[in-house]
Ligand binder design. Sequence first.
Ligand code: SF4
Length: 239
Amino acid sequence: MREVVHIPAGEVRCAPADVLALQGVPRGARLDGRIAAMLSEGISLYESLAAPAGVLEEVDGGEFAEIYAGAGKNEPRTPLALIHPRAERLCLFAVTVGGAVSRRISELFQEQEFALGAMLDAAASQGAELAAAYLEACYGRRDAESGAPAGKRAFLRYSPGYCGWHVSGQKRLFARLRPEEIGITLRESCLMEPLKSISGVIAGGPAGIHDFENEFPFCAECKGKECRARIRRALANER
Ligand code: SF4
C-alpha cells in the first residue's frame, strides 16, 4: 500500500497556547499586547503559507528491519528495536507543511525580524506535528477498516534522530519511501528540506507493543520524556 495523503488545512491549524509553549511560555501566562499581536500575526502567516502533504507506504517486518539497521549507527538498545518486531503493521511516512513556510522563516531571520520569525517557526513546528498525527490517525483508520480485531490497538510513530534511532537512518528510509513525490528531499547532513517535515515509521498492533521502560542510557539526557505520555494514551485508548 502506498498513498499520498491530502491533509486538510483545518487539521494543521495551531492552537496559540501550543505555539507559545514551544517557545517556553507557560500555559495560561498573561501576554502583553505586543506579544499577543505577534502571536496572532505569526499564526496567520503560517496558515496563509502552509501546504501540508503526506505520504504513507506500508512495509513488511523483514523490509523494515533492513531500513532500521540503516548505516549501523543506532544505539545498541532502543525502544524501536523492541517494538518493531512486535508490530503487526509497519508503515513508512513523511509529512511536510511545505517549502513556503520554511523559506519565509529564513527570510524573517535574515531581515532580523526575530520575534515574528520565532512565532512562525513555532507555528510551523506545531503544524508539522499535527500533520504527522493526522497520518498516524489515517493509518489507524485503515487498520480498523481492514477488519482488525477490536480492542486496544495503537498506531504510534517513531523517527530517525530520536530515542536511539540514528539520524543517518533517514537515508534508507528515503530510498524506500521516496517522499520527493510530495516535495521532501534529504540533505547530505540527513536534515530534510523543507525543514518543517517529519519522517519515520508508524508501528501498529495491540497497544501493549509500544510499552517499554525508559531506562536506556540516552534517556538520562532526555528532558521531555514524551514517551511516557504517549504510552499512557496508547494503553488507555480502546476502540
Ligand atoms: S525517555 Fe526520552 S529518550 Fe528515552 S525513550 Fe523516552 S522519549 Fe526516548
